[in-house]
Write a protein that binds this ligand. Sequence first.
Ligand SMILES: *[C@@H]1O[C@H](CO)[C@@H](O)[C@H](O)[C@H]1NC(C)=O
Ligand SMILES: *[C@@H]1O[C@H](CO)[C@@H](O)[C@H](O)[C@H]1NC(C)=O
Ligand SMILES: *[C@@H]1O[C@H](CO)[C@@H](O)[C@H](O)[C@H]1NC(C)=O
Length: 419
Amino acid sequence: MFLLFPLLLLLLFTPLPLNADCPPPPPLAPRATKLRIESLTGKVTATELANFAGFVRQLTLPKTALENVIADGFSGRNIQAMGMVYELSRDPQLLDTMIANADAMLKLRNDPNKGRVMWTGKRDLVWITEPERDIHAGYAGAENGDTIGHIAYTAKLILENPCLLNRTVTIGNKYGFGKTYYDRAHTYIYELERTMDTYIIPWFINNNTLTEIYPKNVRFPTTDIDTHFGGPLPWNQMMMLNNGLQRLAEAHELLGDNPEKVSYYDSLVNRSIHYMTDHFLKRTSRGHDTYLILYLAEQRFRPKGSSVSTHGELTEIHLLYDVWGLIRGYHRANNKYGISKDLLTRVANTISYSLVHRDGKFGAYCDGTGSVHHLPGPYLLYSEFNSDGYLSLAKVMAKHQALDVASVLYMKSRLHLQH
Ligand SMILES: *[C@@H]1O[C@H](CO)[C@@H](O)[C@H](O)[C@H]1NC(C)=O
Ligand SMILES: *[C@@H]1O[C@H](CO)[C@@H](O)[C@H](O)[C@H]1NC(C)=O
Ligand SMILES: *[C@@H]1O[C@H](CO)[C@@H](O)[C@H](O)[C@H]1NC(C)=O
């Protein structure tokens, strides 16, 4: 108490940190052409962090949104990886690389004056994923929510660092998105909200039920055989929208500029997460409680040749997005969506006892059937609830892409702190 009181006084009268109080950034990491992990357990090392920063800095910036490359594709996964490692290192040079990628992504958005006319008859503020001459050329779907999420995550991480806010962005202002870090984050949020307000919210949200849906319009061009106009999206696509909604909610919360928007977005994320988890089917594997997760809620709309499998979802992509979206929701401040540890443990069991095979390979479907040589990094994020699969997964991931290596670093750090 004696000690606490003066400390409280000190806290009360300490102004927001000025730039002068900011820690000096670590030296610029040398370019690295290979990802490197020194050990799968224990503390994350300075070498590992520098190697990661030096590696992602030399990657080419995104030049197209086609084929989902800046959503769930290569560049989208890379920018998520940068954010994840930045959360460990808080190294401004890594944030700068992330900003360079976010700039490039925002710049790729459809031009409202000269861009492509979409299925709505308008030059919507969307990211175009289909080639010009494709029969689905006018399509833009839930993957846009994922791209929004990547850029909004960058804004959130900028706003979390008061030291940086008034400084000039080190990598310059090529596209006029803002000279200081604060201005840059502000532009991201402002521009992303334009896409939310004019495209995502009007077409992909049913406000009566707060459900994330396919546009209720037969003109919506779709490559997805399960499309039911106005019906609920498959879980993985809901989680893509959630990436945008949750990250924007977090960024607005830091700005303190729009509490109504924060609670609206949170209610949408919350609704879809509970909708999804309410549909998890209970199973057991190797004596442990697990789940079977199917592609979408409305199985009765399953057409012939549908991507719905009785073995559950494909682990390389659809299930990946479900479990990634769920754990991102769990990491929302104060566990706002009320996701229970029992549920997360049962998902972790599914990973450890259904997906991780005894021969070092992994299930291709949620029930563990099929066989693949690798699973993407975010599966590792459940290891704090059950770590039996950790080493098998991490061993393979350590040799893969930025998202895999970032997930190993992130998780080994959390597991190390738990001990
Ligand atoms: C940053 O700049 C704003 C005005 O643009 C000012 O109000 C604020 O005090 C500055 N913050 C710091 C930490 O220098
Ligand atoms: C749905 O609700 C949000 C938040 O209140 C609002 O901004 C949006 O315009 C509504 N959409 C429709 C189609 O009414
Ligand atoms: C989230 O959804 C659950 C289940 O429907 C509900 O009980 C809870 O109040 C919701 N929380 C928020 C923040 O919307």
